[in-house]
Design a protein around this ligand. Sequence first.
Ligand code: DGJ
Length: 737
Amino acid sequence: MPIIWDPNRRLINIETKTSTYQMKIDEYNNLIHTHYGGKIGDSDMSSEIVYLDRGFSGNPYEAGKKDRTYSLDYLPQEYSCFGTGDFRITGLHVKEANGSKVCSLHYKNHYVCKGLYSIKGLPRIHGNADDDNYETLFVEMTDEVSGLDVTLIYSVIYDLDIIGRSARLRNNGNELLTIEKAASMNLDIPYGNWQWIRYIGRHAMERNIVRSDIYHGVQSVGSVRGTSSHHYQPFSIICKKETNETAGECYGFSFVYSGEHITEIEKDQTGSTRVILGIHPDNFCWRLEQEAELELPQVLLSYSNEGFGKLSRNNHRCINRNIVRGKRSKERRPVLINNWEATYFDFTGEKLIEIAKLAHEMGIELFVMDDGWFGNRNDDNCGLGDWTANEEKLGCSLKELGKKINDIGMEFGIWVEPEMVSENSELYENHPDWVVKTPGRNPNLARNQLVIDFANPEVCDYIIKSLSDILSNAPISYVKWDMNRSICDKHGNSLDADRQGEFSHRYVLGLYRVLETLTTNFEDVLFEGCSGGGGRYDAGMMYYTPQIWLSDNTDPINRLSIQYGSGFGYPVSTMGSHVSASPNHQTGRQTPLNTRTTVAMAGSFGYELDITKLSMEEKQQIKKDIYTFKEYYELIQKGDYYRLSSLEDKCTAWAMVNNDKSEALISVVYHDVEANQLPTHISVPGLDNNIEYNIIYIDHEEIPVHRLSGMALLNGGLSILPSNIEYDSYMIHLVKR
Ligand code: DGJ
């Protein structure tokens, strides 16, 4: 059993395959965090807390009279509260009706349940309740004065070293409580010097890695944009200076939430490191009436003492097995073609059919009609909200177009952006009050569009109805759900003045309700998330949309770093990735077709270019590539992912290894060419030491097949042939002989 209670020492141990998480209820009923890391057997790590009388670190009243060394100002805690002597960053800020802002939680009770905890209205890890691998710990805490009860929840996935942390707040007092900040997780690491890896970016350049020391003071990243954002990821890692791909300690923090978030880190006066992750407090203020409850979103906490590679693979497995849901996510995802970079808004039904026919001949399985098919939307200044097909442009109804695509032999999919409205639209004319804007002020425009208020249940019902009508009346088996701006001017018309601080979180809850309803009612439809590419690429969205358009940047060389950064927290199956035209539309860079293909194949694979303009050789090559992709699909989408290079190397290389290690696929992309080239030499981990592998360069029959053992590939390494073609790439199949 993963969760062990020792009543004598009042210790709770959460055991995963290679980690122990330990907390202790001390003599003052405070819940002290004593260990998270490698295994510790049955030791009580509270013995290693050094109690000292530190100046200006006060003592809780009941302790202070007899023990001046006991202070919440430095003790490692499970969940920190503001105002009662812990002067670090704290997770919970509560205001009582009398204006008091202090809170002090004490242990009341705990219990353990089989299975994983289901959070009402929010995404979370799921798994079969009878599976012994899964167990959940509930620790009930209370603030006796205000009557606030907080249940700390720890859902354990034993085999993946993952703990899903969340919390539930309940007002059991006699008066209103206002929650001003409520983190989902607090982790105190009492000792050691640590580094922080976070992912920063911007539109079309998402998830660049920044790694630096955690210094004394407070550091944070977050988003107040209404979405998780292109700019800062709700996934980050804490590690030792020496931690690398294959060795060293690291902790992963992945927020299963798609709205505003903050990760805060403080190294305090004693050198201890506190990490807090939760909903960003800037736009958050929740009225918790008597007997009301507030469920907080989940954080996936993971631990590895074998470097980032293992941490990533455990997170990948967790997302593929315990986050992503739905029939379509388990089936082989179709190879798709999207018309956005082929035509933008400038298309007719005839042009789409021409592309679809050719795509089908090449082996592409799904045709996706992107933006511009509805209302009067012929550019990005109008039409959003009017989800009726522009029959004049399409030359037929949506249903007929879908049928024509089906008759060609392909599935049919559409793009929608349901959270938005253009002023120049019928929806806006009929419901100007549904727009997110502050009374008396003009709202910000972005891409000339406005946000509609998903915090309003009436709006959500309307969206469910209008999308259900579309999906029921045309043969649509794929939906790309886009969201193309940040949200500001936050104010919800359906909320009272004293509930406006709930707007941002209620918006996300509304979005999740809409997605839950649609994905449940239309289980044959594959949903792909998008927010101008990767503006809402997070584990929360993955619960509803098993793949997400990773970035509006389709340049394969830029994509290498975007995919590399994204891969630390998320599996390739979630990364929408397409082969586009050369020169690339975002960067102007020219790259060979094989490299665009190699890069796009490390994701949910598709095409996004006008294939009717390609040469005969290119068309033939694509046909061959799609055949190759289908052949290696299981390996690419379900294999274990190994990074074989770092961003500083002259090439980017990665491998996918199958379950029984009988096969692997190595991809290598050169960033540059130089004269008198040297080969690249890489060590290949993850294989079976005792297996002999045939090493086959795919699509390079001229390169002779040779053979090495798993042990030799790991310890001796593989030399990758140099190339004198700029941005060239190779895919290399290793197969047990
Ligand atoms: C942004 C998306 O990321 C693109 O792929 C495309 O769908 C456009 N929106 C359409 O407006």
